[in-house]
Design a protein around this ligand. Structure first.
Ligand SMILES: Cc1cc2nc3c(=O)[nH]c(=O)nc-3n(C[C@H](O)[C@H](O)[C@H](O)COP(=O)(O)O)c2cc1C
Length: 198
């Protein structure tokens, strides 16, 4: 089993990175092969809505880092998406990544109308988490819901999302044994869910 983590924070060693590391450690302990991807380390253009992917079934507008990530998404059984809150939403890196998953959708004619995803019905599962400074998790705004709804639309079975509020300094989460353990357990649980649900 392969689980890939996609970290949407621009900070390579910040809170999202520490939480992602613990999640993947838990998944590894449960028997999965894991890979940790820092989205900002890939060049990912924002989708420009040319809609060519509807016909081409991949992005033929930009030949950028997404073309390294598309095969990984096809291959991975499970994915973990993590983003800090930037103004009540995900970071630009996470948003660009999610928007560029649009080529996986198949759209029937005439439009508007129903759509399907070529990543659906493959037993794939996903877990998303958000990190923010404010103590009240409501201050996370749409961070979790924007990842959760987009990945669910792609046909992934969704695990319970995780919120990590009250983390500001880049080492705040890594210094919290409790948070690291919560993440490790959730990563372990994600792999176990495959055996229970699939
Ligand atoms: C541009 C920007 C916008 C932010 N907006 C919010 C916000 O709306 N709510 C909040 O609680 N924290 C906000 N934060 C704080 C970050 O979410 C917080 O510091 C987080 O721990 C950063 O995670 P990282 O270390 O993985 O980068 C913002 C930070 C930046 C730089």
């Amino acid at each position: 089993m392969k689980i890939i983590g996609f970290n949407g924070s621009p900070r390579k060693t910040g809170n999202t990175a520490a939480i992602m590391k613990s999640l993947l450690q838990g998944a590894q302990e449960a028997g999965a092969h894991v890979e940790n991807i820092h989205l900002r380390s890939y060049h990912i253009e924002g989708c420009i809505g040319c809609e060519r992917c509807r016909k081409d079934k991949t992005c033929t507008q930009f030949f950028d880092g997404m073309h390294l990530l598309y095969p990984k998404l096809i291959e991975a059984d499970g994915i973990i998406l993590g983003s800090p809150t930037y103004n009540y939403n995900v970071t630009p890196w996470m948003k660009a990544f999610i928007d560029r998953l649009y080529p996986f959708f198949d759209f029937t004619e005439p439009r508007p109308g129903p759509y399907t995803s070529r990543l659906a019905d493959r037993g794939k599962r996903a877990l998303v988490f958000g990190v923010c400074e404010q103590v009240d998790p409501k201050e996370m705004g749409y961070t979790i819901v924007s990842m959760q709804d987009a990945i669910a639309a792609l046909g992934y079975g969704m695990s319970e999302p995780l919120a990590f509020p009250a983390h500001f300094g880049p080492q705040s989460a890594s210094k919290s044994e409790k948070e690291m353990e919560r993440a490790r357990k959730a990563g372990f649980g994600l792999v176990q869910e495959f055996h229970v649900i699939n």
